[in-house]
Design a protein around this ligand. Sequence first.
Ligand SMILES: [Zn+2]
Length: 296
Amino acid sequence: MTFQEFLTRFNTEAKIIAYFIKIRYGDELRCNHCGSTKVYQRHTNHKVCDCESCHNTFSVFKNTIFEHSSTDLRKWFYAIHLFLNGKKGISAMQLQREIGVTYKTAWRILHQIRKAMSNKEAEAFFNAIVEVDETYVGGKPRKGNKDDLPRKRGRGTRKTPVVGVISRDDKRVEAGVAKPDRAGKKLSGKQLMAIIDRVVKDASVIMTDEFSGYNILKYSEHIHKIVDHSKEFSRGDIHVNNLEAFWSILKRGILGIYHHVSVKYLQGYINEFCFRYNHRENEHMFDTLIKQSVLV
Ligand SMILES: [Zn+2]
């Protein structure tokens, strides 16, 4: 959707509400209590509906990311438009300026959009050929803490390990934070397997690097192929290049836009980058996001 199309489609709150109702309820608005279709939108406030059958009054935004917000829906929708179309996302500071809200409101809106991005229905599982790889995201160790390890790259640092899985045929990605138990503790095979099992159900060919944690794959039904980084050129098809490309987008985004992300919110940011990557060729990405804005 171009910005011009966006402007004509969503220039009034009434249009936004009508569009939202279509996405959430289809052709017929239904009472969320009794299921009746004898439901009428109030003329004074289109968000609010009254049910003639059971006299229930409800908001069409109940149980969505828009609930409990008094911010103009045009600002919400513009924020979503910017968030989906910026390759690396948008910071709360930038959004605050773009839509004219407080920093706190901008932060909350972005957080809610990430919630929708994370709220996907069970999708088809990855199979055939998948790449699995880990990376480390995060800030510097705190100063003055004697327990902190010296700064190191990769495994064995204080950074947070993230495990990713990409399906080769349709290039879908899924990535999860693997919380380390103790500082410097390596990722365990069990943690790797938990994330692989979440998205790869059928026996598949799994490509990984030489990290010993992946030895656990011996005990699975998958065929494990290991990339040999000691050779100048990786052997033909055995590589994790797709994931390495995704990691670089993720890291550049987190560093460039968000500067620093605490472990508490890291999964939300990762889901944001996965959503954008997985829907990069989806013309209806905006509709998909609005569908996922319904949280139950
Ligand atoms: Zn009712």
